[in-house]
Design a binder for this molecule. Structure first.
Ligand code: SF4
Length: 752
């Protein structure tokens, strides 16, 4: 969706008599305050000044490229500061003056929409600045017309992963293929008709109806399966229309995942080139973890063998490709050969794994958790490293052969006079080999990481790669191998901060809240790989927490853990704290704790109350939040129960949330493989994992969770923390001091 501002060119935003960005910032801010009849906020003004000072200090050469050293401007701004307006007001005049684009990398697609529909139109209404703004989203948000046409033509593999639902809401028996076909066809035709009649742009986020589970995944494509300019639908393609609009946009509102995908493709592929852009990372505290997720990989040994067998079958069956091109015949033979060899190596790996340490026992209560085996401090055994090296070589060979096959098919599709039937057959084959390529890419990422783990003598130099195995139970389920970097700082430094013309990181929680100096950002600086010349600022929330918020801390008798007495005390405290006539959010620290407490609450609460609670264990967050809002809008109370995803980014202003219950201080779960591996490595180097990793991470998460309660100036409520370590442990004060000043009450657990 494009937003075109009404005046002629972007340069018109600079003050008429001089092109000083700071003058334009001031006049823009004055216009904004006057137009909307609001007062300036101290934190917001200071944030604007921080960013303007940072941008004004950047030195450039004759080509407009940055010559000053790498530096990031890091601004922590408490809830209510108005950080979106602050960074837009400060960055736009500088971007225009310097001839740069602005890329905003939000945390989620929802936040992208909020920026597009919230502060940007308000700024436009006040200033009429002539800027072209464009949303940038990944391919997965757009309809692939080519894929849709193949599906409607009835090509093979029509309904992968589709879970059709009947009119009454029950799942249709997936064995009944005719029924599925009729069901899916109806939806596909509906999508096509809405697109061709221009009622819909092909963007999932602007589709009014909800699609059946899994159906959207069948009508999208990835970069490997896309025919790009060779596609007959190229000129109408919703994804490439977005790309064209991005090229001419002044401000691109992207998300962090898309930014990371773009730099993995080499940078400047979907988004503007970083060297020509002012990059603004919003909710920047999420970036380091997202970077790790982008490089982690896992694959089941059994499912990989199956995929390789299917790859071989596909290659063996592609008879007409063999006939058409001798070179392709050779490459198809290579796919067959390497798929068999890789399958054999996977069998060897499985046999080796069976000789290794016993799997831990599982308790009956938490059957849904997989069993896990991990290598301490990333000390990967040599036989695994050797097999991973061989598997990564096989995966490289498969990738090369698949690439040649796909290029060969693309050339055939490009040739003049190709018959429609032949074209359709080639496209179907291309989709199959593209899917193989995507799978092989996962194998490459997994086995390359393990193969490249240094030997013991040099293992202490770089942060380790975490390697672990999982399986669902002792006697069933696939054996899954996982690998992940434990630290993404150097990657972000090389790919983002070195390349961007300028970079601004902002969020309400990047520091450990200890003070307002750079040292409070030590953990974020480390995990994000910030350059040493970076500048830091903190602006507190303008809300009056001392009047509007009470922090209640329970003098719990039990130590947090899995013990029955702890779960009993916690459950009784929750049951006692709930008021079913108001809006409450209960945050659990793990699924394990959540499940155990729910079992107790079923006994402690009456049936109607228990069943009225909205639990993340039984529904998707979006459905729960919609139900919560509906209940509150009709004057009922509502109790939402959730885990970590509810502790971040959830915006429930006013009456939608008046009581927040935090069950436990949010230290990472002790068996988190990535954090455990990193902590062990750090300790072996003489570091202090608790002080350097666990504590600052937990404080930042605690501040995030606490921030769910007060969202606007008028909000009031209480936060109840059912973990007495806030009172009894030396580090407890660090958590309390990291919060805005509010009233504090202590209370005893209810008598059982
Ligand atoms: S250009 Fe690519 S994404 Fe667009 S319709 Fe064609 S194959 Fe699909």
């Amino acid at each position: 969706m494009q937003r075109q501002f009404p005046v002629s060119t972007a340069a018109d935003i600079l003050s008429p008599d001089h092109d000083q960005p700071n003058e334009t910032i001031q006049s823009g801010y004055r216009a904004y305050l006057k137009h909307h009849g609001v007062n300036g906020r101290v934190g917001q003004k200071r944030m604007i000044a921080d960013i303007a000072r940072y941008l004004g200090a950047i030195q450039t050469n004759a080509d407009g490229l940055r010559t000053s050293e790498d530096a990031v401007c890091v601004v922590e701004a408490g809830t209510g500061t108005g950080k979106t307006l602050a960074y837009l007001l400060a960055a736009i005049p500088y971007a225009v003056r310097l001839g740069k684009k602005i890329i905003i990398a939000a945390a989620t697609v929802t936040q992208q929409q909020q920026i597009l529909r919230g502060e940007l139109p308000r700024l436009r209404a006040a200033t009429a600045w002539p800027l072209q703004v464009e949303l940038a989203k990944g391919r997965g948000r757009f309809l692939c017309l080519n894929r849709l046409e193949l599906l409607l033509a009835g090509s093979e593999g029509l309904f992968p992963g589709l879970q059709p639902v009947s009119a009454t809401g029950s799942l249709i028996n997936t064995a009944d293929s005719q029924l599925i076909e009729g069901f899916a066809r109806e939806h596909y035709e509906g999508l096509l008709s809405r697109f061709t009649s221009r009622q819909w742009t092909g963007d999932i986020d602007s589709l009014d109806d909800e699609l059946p589970n899994g159906l959207w995944q069948t009508v999208i494509t990835d970069n490997r399966s896309c025919f790009n300019r060779d596609c007959v639908f190229f000129s109408q393609c919703p994804y490439f229309r977005q790309r064209a609009q991005i090229e001419s946009a002044d401000i691109v509102i992207a998300n962090q995942d898309l930014l990371l995908s773009d730099i993995r493709l080499g940078g400047g592929v979907v988004l503007p080139a970083l060297k020509d852009s002012i990059l603004i990372i919003d909710e920047a505290h999420q970036l380091p973890e997202k970077a790790l997720n982008h490089f982690s990989a896992f694959a089941g040994l059994g499912s990989s063998q199956q995929q390789l067998a299917e790859m071989k079958t596909r290659a063996d069956a592609a008879e007409h490709l063999r006939v058409k091109d001798h070179k392709l015949e050779q490459r198809l033979g290579e796919i067959s050969k390497h798929a068999v060899e890789a399958g054999e190596l996977l069998r060897e790996l499985w046999e080796w794994q069976q000789t290794q340490a016993q799997w831990p026992e599982k308790t009956d209560r938490f059957e849904q958790q997989p069993l896990l085996q991990r290598y301490e401090a990333g000390a990967c055994p040599e036989p695994l490293r050797v097999l991973a090296s061989k598997l990564s070589q096989q995966a490289d060979k498969l990738q090369a052969a698949l690439g040649d096959i796909l290029s060969g098919i693309a050339q055939m599709l490009d040739s003049d006079g190709i018959e429609p039937d032949e074209s359709e057959r080639l496209q179907g084959e291309s989709l199959g080999f593209s899917a193989d390529q995507t799978y092989v890419e996962t194998l490459q990422r997994l086995y390359h990481q393990i193969a490249e783990i240094p030997d013991e003598s040099s293992r202490m130099v770089q942060p380790p790669i975490a390697v672990w195995w999982t399986k669902m139970s002792h006697d069933s389920g696939d054996l899954v191998l996982h690998a992940s970097p434990t630290h993404g700082g150097s990657y972000l430094a090389e790919q983002l901060w070195q390349n961007a013309f300028a970079a601004i990181c902002t969020s309400a929680t990047m520091s450990d809240g200890h003070d307002q100096s750079a040292s409070a950002f030590r953990r974020f600086s480390d995990t994000a790989g910030l350059p040493s010349a970076s500048v830091f600022a903190v602006h507190e929330s303008p809300f009056d927490y001392s009047q509007h918020c009470t922090l209640r801390i329970m003098n719990a008798k039990q130590r947090p853990g899995d013990s029955a007495s702890y779960i009993a005390e916690l459950s009784a405290a929750i049951a006692n704290s709930l008021n079913f006539t108001e809006a409450t959010l209960v945050l659990f620290s793990s699924r394990k704790q959540f499940t155990a407490v729910m079992a107790r609450l079923e006994q402690l609460l009456d049936k109607t109350k228990y069943e009225s609670m909205l639990s993340q264990l039984s529904a998707q967050p979006a459905q729960l939040i919609a139900a919560h809002q509906k209940r509150m809008s009709t004057g009922q109370g509502s109790v939402l129960l959730g885990m970590a995803s509810f502790a971040e980014g959830l915006d429930l202003p006013g009456e939608l949330l008046t009581h927040l219950i935090i069950c436990k201080l949010p230290f990472a779960v002790p068996d988190d493989p990535v954090e455990s591996t990193y902590s062990e490595w750090l300790q072996a180097r003489g570091g202090k994992p608790f002080d350097e990793v666990s504590l600052p991470d937990a404080i930042i998460r605690f501040r995030q969770a606490f921030g769910r309660l007060i969202r606007t100036e008028k909000d009031q409520g209480r936060v109840t923390v059912l973990d007495s370590r806030l009172l009894t442990k030396r580090y407890g004060r660090r958590f309390i001091e990291a919060l805005p000043r509010c009233r504090i009450q202590r209370f005893d657990p209810p008598l059982e």
